[in-house]
Design a binder for this molecule. Structure first.
Ligand SMILES: [Zn+2]
Ligand SMILES: [Zn+2]
Length: 270
């Protein structure tokens, strides 16, 4: 099998089931068919450490997964942290891991814990889009209870120019269409396997196959039958299986298609 987990947080995994060894986890992931991953940072304080953690997994080897990086500041993290587009661009351009930083984010809007549109979230979101455009890298969007504002900002900031993904997509078909209209991908997580996600499964059935990605968002959002436990990229197969069943194709076909989509999206030669 050839899975590409398009969104995970490898620096936050629970490694206890792997003898507290990151390398043992990575070997198990490869064994489970997870050949590629995009590791997403959520706070600048962790950018460097995360990059160093996955540094040994930079090249395709045929026996271990290959990992790429995305740097951003999550919309619910550190309200007082000032981060402008220039700082993001400068960090990426001068990073020793520059060639492996293939996307910007995650960024976006999250009103789940607050019912007012937070100004600082908007400014930070726009800064990420500006940086992504300057760097010509796609942007990874997190949106929660804020779909309309998120799509408005993407449009007004010309995010079509850099492209991107609606990560962990849970919104309705109207929002899906708006994202597809500006050339964005939809990435489905373990939520697709939840009993309550019937509407989302309808969306996943209708979306164009060449615009779909799969992800775990590990260590969060473990799919059924692991729901409630710490997630790892190994469980991406459960989301892929639901997608395969919905689309009436084989698991292998979904793995190949979503991997090809992710490689195209990130401009990777794989
Ligand atoms: Zn997120
Ligand atoms: Zn995430």
């Amino acid at each position: 099998m050839n899975f590409f987990d398009s969104h995970c947080h490898l620096d936050k995994l629970d490694l206890a089931p792997f003898g507290d060894s990151f390398d043992a986890f990575m070997a198990a992931a490869f064994e489970a068919g997870v050949q590629r991953m995009l590791c997403v940072a959520i706070h600048p304080d962790r950018w460097q450490a995360m990059a160093e953690l996955v540094a040994p997994y930079g090249v395709a080897s045929g026996s271990r997964p290959q990992v790429w990086l995305s740097f951003g500041l999550h919309p619910t993290e550190a309200p007082d942290y000032a981060l402008n587009a220039e700082a993001i661009v400068a960090f990426v351009r001068t990073s020793p891991f520059c060639e492996r930083i293939v996307a910007i984010g995650e960024t976006g809007l999250d009103y789940f814990r607050s019912n007012t549109a937070e100004r600082w979230q908007h400014e930070r979101f726009r800064a990420h889009i500006a940086a992504a455009r300057a760097l010509e890298k796609p942007v990874i969007i997190h949106t929660r209870a804020a779909a309309k504002d998120t799509m408005d900002v993407l449009k007004s900031e010309h995010a079509r120019d850099c492209g991107g993904v609606m990560h962990c997509f849970v919104e309705d078909w109207e929002t899906a269409k708006k994202a597809l209209d500006i050339g964005f991908y939809l990435s489905f997580s373990g939520i697709l396997t939840y009993k309550t996600a019937a509407d989302l499964r309808e969306t996943a059935k209708k979306a164009p196959l060449d615009s779909i990605l799969i992800e775990t968002d590990a260590p969060y959002l473990a799919p059924v039958p692991h729901r409630g436990k710490p997630n790892t990229p190994i469980f991406v197969s459960h989301t892929a299986q639901v997608l395969a069943d919905l689309r009436g194709v084989s698991l292998d076909a979904i793995a190949e298609t979503t991997t090809a989509n992710a490689c195209l999206w990130l401009s990777l030669s794989c």
